[in-house]
Write a protein that binds this ligand. Structure first.
Ligand code: NAG
Length: 287
């Protein structure tokens, strides 16, 4: 019989077991990490669909198709672009996409492809729609919204878990302060055990970006109070923070995506269990 009490073991056995345990732990961490990050960028956060639908065969439908094709073609070449296709009231289509600032071109393109596919399912035939995934954002409309100031709140999520710990709240405020002070582009921040990210749309002027971020931070603090994690998306910027290690998944409401995530997590856990079984049989053999 093998026991896990190590004091009676020969030192060399102890060392070997320690190494095997460390190896198993690292592999388990890699397995789980891969399962989580694979599902990350195309995780659904929110979508908004206009109640009105466009009529098939209209000029608007043709222009919208061109616009969506342009978005797909442009996504591998940059993190942000806006488009206008066709002219005239009721016929022109306007749109844009933006990727999270830390994505490479290939990841950006894959995310945008996924966003357009999900948009097609969530908002079929909608005259105007927007959709936000973890890694990217797409929006189209029949009226030109590109570059027009818009501070509407689109999405907000606060974690149910909270902490009134002064250290946590101080770190959170430091992170939000740093994210808010940084106008333009994609920004990450961390302080103590808190991390955060913020991003403005690529067409937003620096001053408008600062104003947008300030409003989002106000929403985070006002509406989410002492939440361990929170996420606010206004029409042209977003700010989110989370306590390190707090696994904050904003999306619970898009079934297809949840299935993919659940499968990924189960595979990760099974891989980890398999490694533990291998490790245990190794232990038994070595006794
Ligand atoms: C749609 O508009 C973009 C620029 O906004 C342009 O590059 C693209 O060629 C247009 N597509 C068509 C089919 O006209």
């Amino acid at each position: 019989m093998c026991t896990f009490v190590s004091s009676a073991m020969h030192p060399r056995n102890q060392l070997r077991r320690g190494r095997a345990a460390a190896t198993a732990a690292v592999l388990l961490a890699i397995g789980l990490g891969a399962a989580f990050t694979d599902a990350d960028t195309d995780t659904f956060i929110y979508a908004g669909c206009s109640p009105s639908k466009y009529q098939p065969g209209t000029p608007y439908e043709g222009n919208l198709k061109s616009l969506l094709a342009s978005i797909t073609n442009a996504a591998p070449t940059g993190a942000y672009s806006s488009f206008a296709n066709g002219t005239g009231d009721g016929a022109a289509a306007y749109g844009l996409y933006q990727c999270r600032g830390d994505l490479g071109d290939g990841e950006c393109a894959a995310c945008v492809r996924s966003a357009l596919a999900q948009l097609d399912q969530v908002c079929p035939g909608a005259s105007a729609a927007s959709l936000q995934l973890e890694g990217c954002y797409v929006r189209y409309d029949g009226t030109n919204f590109v570059g027009r100031p818009d501070t509407a709140m689109v999405y907000r999520k606060c974690s149910a878990s909270t902490s009134a710990d002064a250290g946590f709240l101080g770190s959170r405020d430091a992170v939000l302060g740093a994210l808010q002070a940084a106008a333009g582009g994609y920004r990450t921040g961390s302080s103590g055990g808190v991390q955060g990210v913020s991003q403005c749309l690529g067409d937003l002027a620096a001053a408008d970006c600062t104003a947008c971020l300030a409003q989002a931070v106000g929403q985070l603090k006002g509406a989410c109070g002492t939440a361990l994690a929170a996420d606010v998306h206004l029409a042209q910027c977003y700010v989110r923070y989370w306590a390190s290690g707090y696994y904050f998944r904003p999306s619970q409401d898009y079934s297809q995506d949840d299935v993919g995530r659940t499968v990924a997590i189960i595979i990760g856990i099974l891989a980890g269990l398999a490694l533990i079984v291998v490790f245990l049989s190794f232990l038994r053999k070595s006794c």
